[in-house]
Design a protein around this ligand. Structure first.
Ligand SMILES: *[C@@H]1O[C@H](CO)[C@@H](O)[C@H](O)[C@H]1NC(C)=O
Ligand SMILES: *[C@@H]1O[C@H](CO)[C@@H](O)[C@H](O)[C@H]1NC(C)=O
Ligand SMILES: *[C@@H]1O[C@H](CO)[C@@H](O)[C@H](O)[C@H]1NC(C)=O
Ligand SMILES: *[C@@H]1O[C@H](CO)[C@@H](O)[C@H](O)[C@H]1NC(C)=O
Ligand SMILES: *[C@@H]1O[C@H](CO)[C@@H](O)[C@H](O)[C@H]1NC(C)=O
Length: 420
C-alpha cells in the first residue's frame, strides 16, 4: 500500500506540473474528491477564459467548497512575515509524507541554482526562462469571514514577492499597520499571472487567514484595479490595489496590448510593471495608523501556525513608517475594527465583459484578419521569440477544447508567424 501511494505521488507530479501555493490554511488542501488527500493537485490548474463564477476562487472545479480544517489558517503577524510553499502537488510539499517527496523546488526535483532555459522552463511549469524572469506572486486579504462575501472590490493585495514562483518556499511580508480580522477570521487569496512562456492565464486561490499582533485599527482602503505603468511610475494606481484579473470571459479588471520594455508581449504581472512594490504593501490603508482600543484580536488565536504572537496588548509602539504615501484616504476617521466589515456597499461595479480580443497580440503583427472573432484565442505570447510545443502549454483538461479552438484561431490569424 505504501508503494502504491509512492507511485501515485511521483506520477502526479510529473503529469501535472502547474503550480499553486500550499498551506494548511488553504481551501482544497485535500483536493475536490475523496481519496486524494496527500496527493491532491486540483488547485493547481490555471484559470483561463472562464466565467466569473468559475474562475473566482477556483470554483471551476469546486475548490472553494473545501475549506481548511477548523482552526487552520495562515497567521499574518503584523510587521512580520509568513511562509507558504509553491508546489505542483501537495505531495511535493511538507504537507504530505512528512516532506519525504519535497525538494528545494516546487516539483520535488533538483535543478541548478542558475537554472535557465531560453525557450522557457517547463519543469516545473513556472512560466519563466530563469529566476530573473519569474513574474512575481501576491497575497491579498478581505476583512470578511465568509468566503461568499469576498468580492474583487474588498480583496486587497497586501504582499508581493518578486521573482516567484521559483523555489518551493516563499516568504511574504505583512504590513505593520494591518488591523485585526473580525472574530471569524479573514479570507486571503494567492495570485499569480505568468509572464509569457505559455498560455496567458492566471491563478487565484482562497485561504483562511488572521492577522496577529495588530497595533492599528485603521481599515484597508477600497482597492482599485492596477494599471500598466512600466517606466512610467506616475501612471501607476496609487494605494490599495485589487488583484489582477485578466483573460477571463467576465470581470477582467485590466487590459494590456503591445510590448513591454523587454520586448515581450505585455503581461500584467505582480511587480513594478503594475506599480506593485516587492514586499509588504504599506500604502493600502484608509488613513494613518491608529492604535485605538483594539480588543477584538485577543484570545482566539489558536491557529495551527507557528510563530504567532497573538498578544494584542496595548503596545502602541507601531512603527509609523509603514503608512507613508497612503494617498488613498477616502473617508478617514473611524477606525474601530468593526468598521472593517463593509461589504454591504460592495455591489460589484461593472467591470464589464471587455472583449478579450483586446488581449490579443499587438495589431502590428500582421493580423488584420482577426475581425469578428470573439474570445478567439489565447494571445500568443512570445511568438516572435519563443516556440513551444503544445505540450508546453498549460492545458487544463477542462478547457482543452477551448485551447484547441484557440490554437486554430491563432494559426488562422498568424499565418506568417510560426505557430507556437
Ligand atoms: C534570463 O532570461 C532572459 C530572457 O531569456 C535573458 O534575457 C536573461 O539574460 C536571462 N538571465 C540569466 C541570468 O540567464
Ligand atoms: C470600507 O468602507 C469605508 C467607508 O465607506 C470606505 O472608505 C473603505 O474604502 C471601505 N473599505 C473597503 C475595503 O471596502
Ligand atoms: C524600463 O523599465 C525596465 C524595467 O522594468 C528597465 O529594465 C528599463 O531599463 C527601463 N527603460 C527605460 C528607458 O527607462
Ligand atoms: C476595454 O478595454 C479597452 C482597451 O483595452 C479600454 O480602453 C476600455 O476602457 C475597456 N472597457 C471597459 C468597460 O473597461
Ligand atoms: C455592464 O456591461 C455590460 C456590457 O458592456 C452591459 O451590457 C451592462 O448593461 C452593464 N451593466 C451595468 C449594471 O452597468
Amino acid at each position: 500500500m505504501l508503494k502504491t501511494l509512492l507511485g501515485a505521488s511521483l506520477c502526479f507530479g510529473v503529469v501535472h506540473a502547474h503550480l499553486a501555493a500550499w498551506h494548511k490554511g488553504m481551501y482544497c488542501l485535500n483536493g475536490n474528491k475523496a481519496g486524494q488527500d496527500l496527493n491532491s493537485y486540483d488547485i493547481v490548474t490555471p484559470l483561463y477564459q472562464l466565467s466569473f463564477n468559475d474562475w473566482w476562487f477556483h470554483h471551476v472545479n469546486g475548490c472553494d467548497n473545501y475549506p481548511p480544517a477548523d482552526g487552520d489558517y495562515i497567521n499574518l503577524p503584523a510587521g512580520g512575515s509568513f511562509t507558504i510553499e509553491i508546489g505542483s502537488n501537495r505531495a511535493k510539499t511538507s504537507l504530505s509524507y512528512g516532506g519525504r517527496d519535497m525538494s528545494d523546488w516546487p516539483d520535488g526535483n533538483t535543478y541548478p541554482e542558475d537554472y535557465n532555459v531560453p525557450s522557457c522552463i517547463t519543469s516545473p511549469n513556472m512560466h519563466a526562462q530563469n529566476r530573473s524572469m519569474a513574474a512575481g506572486t501576491a497575497f491579498a486579504i478581505s476583512y470578511q469571514s465568509d468566503i461568499k462575501a469576498v468580492t474583487p472590490e474588498n480583496l486587497v493585495v497586501f504582499s508581493v514577492r518578486y521573482n516567484t514562483p521559483w523555489k518551493r518556499v516563499v516568504v511574504y511580508d505583512v504590513p505593520a499597520a494591518m488591523p485585526p480580522c473580525p472574530a471569524g477570521g479573514c479570507i486571503c487569496a494567492w495570485g499569480w499571472v505568468p509572464n509569457n512562456c505559455g498560455q496567458p492565464n492566471m491563478y487565484h486561490q482562497p485561504f483562511r487567514c488572521r492577522v496577529s499582533g495588530s497595533t492599528s485599527n485603521t481599515p484597508l482602503a477600497a482597492p482599485k484595479p492596477p494599471v500598466w505603468c512600466e517606466n512610467n511610475s506616475g501612471a501607476c494606481t496609487k494605494g490599495a490595489k485589487q488583484m489582477v484579473y485578466w483573460n477571463q470571459n467576465e470581470r477582467n479588471n485590466i487590459w494590456v496590448s503591445g510590448y513591454d520594455a523587454a520586448g515581450d508581449f505585455k503581461s500584467p504581472t505582480y511587480n513594478a510593471k503594475l506599480g506593485f512594490k516587492d514586499g509588504a504593501q504599506n500604502d493600502i490603508f484608509a488613513g494613518p495608523a491608529s492604535s485605538g482600543s483594539s480588543s477584538s484580536n485577543s484570545g482566539s488565536n489558536s491557529g495551527s501556525n507557528s510563530g504567532s504572537s497573538s498578544s494584542n496588548g496595548g503596545s502602541s509602539s507601531n512603527s509609523g513608517s509603514s503608512n507613508s504615501g497612503s494617498s488613498n484616504s477616502g473617508s478617514s476617521g473611524s477606525s474601530s475594527p468593526s468598521s472593517n466589515s463593509n461589504t454591504s456597499n460592495d455591489t460589484p461595479t461593472n467591470t464589464s465583459n471587455n472583449d478579450t480580443t483586446n488581449n490579443l497580440a499587438p495589431s502590428s503583427s500582421s493580423s488584420s484578419t482577426t475581425s469578428g472573432q470573439k474570445n478567439s484565442a489565447p494571445s500568443c505570447q512570445n511568438k516572435r521569440r519563443r516556440r513551444r510545443s503544445l505540450l508546453d502549454i498549460d492545458v487544463s483538461p477542462i478547457k482543452r477544447s477551448n485551447l484547441i479552438e484557440g490554437v486554430k484561431a491563432h494559426r488562422r490569424r498568424a499565418s506568417a508567424a510560426p505557430a507556437w
